[in-house]
Design a protein around this ligand. Structure first.
Ligand code: NAD
Length: 254
């Protein structure tokens, strides 16, 4: 029997990068997958097509994670389709504007915080309400190594939101531990994704600099981050909650 046979999983921001790799791995391990994205509808539908092509089950649900009504509708659609929600991976995120803290605009701050922090809280809120009804579940939030350390790169709202995701994770893990709901975070370092490619368009030197300071000596593949996410979702991590798992090739161990 497969690791996640018969389980139902949701991945937000599942159109590409870490979300796509996670959706594909969840399906390969036997879960039925609800793939969400905000605007990249084509990408989300393509991931569902790939999952079905491999003989597994998935649906695509569009919805902006920063809007409560859309998140509520997303969870309702998942539960109406598959009857329950065992695993939720809150992965959706945006590429932040690059400017020092004192030059960051209110609009830029709000845009990042709305998706990267409020979006994770909103998803957790409706996922937990469903998991309480069914008697348990497992949530994995995607933070970043920038949820644990700062950077001079000029992305203060991103750093604040990713630190916030780890705080949210710990609070919810403690609140719902006795209800059978585990809540954990994965903190990736630089990872090959469409989002990372866009960062490189702005600063091409980032790739070589990152490789030179990463102990393992390369950028992560999305699939390597997905492995950690899927393990934390699964029953193999049954005694792990409130944890922030770093997947960064040794970067912040230095
Ligand atoms: N790639 C990296 O180097 C890296 C490093 C650390 C952390 N992360 C985090 O991992 C997560 C995934 O990153 P990625 O690089 O795969 O990103 P990506 O840009 O390749 O994909 C992000 C996904 O989120 C979706 N999305 C964006 N806004 C949304 C919204 N409002 N509602 C729903 N979906 C939305 C996009 O459509 C896309 O599918 C993000 O939270 C990111 O901050 C990435």
């Amino acid at each position: 029997m497969k690791l996640l046979e018969g389980k139902i999983a949701l991945v937000t921001g599942g159109a590409g990068g870490i979300g796509k790799a996670t959706a594909l791995l969840l399906a390969r391990e036997g879960a039925k997958v609800v793939v969400n994205t905000g605007s990249n509808i084509k990408g989300g539908e393509e991931v569902v097509r790939l999952i079905k092509e491999a003989g597994c089950e998935a649906i695509f649900v569009q919805g902006d994670v920063s809007k409560a009504k859309e998140v509520e509708a997303l969870i309702n659609k998942a539960v109406n389709t598959y009857g329950r929600l065992d695993y939720a991976v809150n992965n959706a995120g945006i590429i932040p504007d690059v400017m020092p803290t004192a030059e960051t605009t209110e609009e830029s701050w709000d845009r990042t915080i709305n998706v990267d922090l409020k979006g994770v809280w909103l998803c957790m809120k409706y996922e937990i309400l469903q998991m309480l009804k069914q008697g348990g579940g497992s949530i994995v939030n995607v933070s970043s190594i920038l949820g644990l350390v700062g950077t001079q790169a000029g992305v203060c709202a991103y750093v604040a939101s990713k630190h916030g995701v780890i705080g949210l994770t710990k609070a919810a893990a403690l609140e719902y531990a006795k209800a059978g709901i585990r809540v954990n975070t994965v903190c990736p370092g630089s990872t090959e994704t469409p989002g990372f490619d866009k960062t490189l368009e702005l600063s091409p030197q980032v790739r070589d600099i990152t490789i030179s300071i990463t102990p393992i000596g390369r950028i992560a593949e999305s699939e390597e981050v997905a492995e950690a996410i899927v393990w934390l979702c699964s029953g193999r991590a049954s005694y792990v909650t409130g944890h922030a798992m770093v997947v960064d090739g040794g970067m912040i161990a230095q």
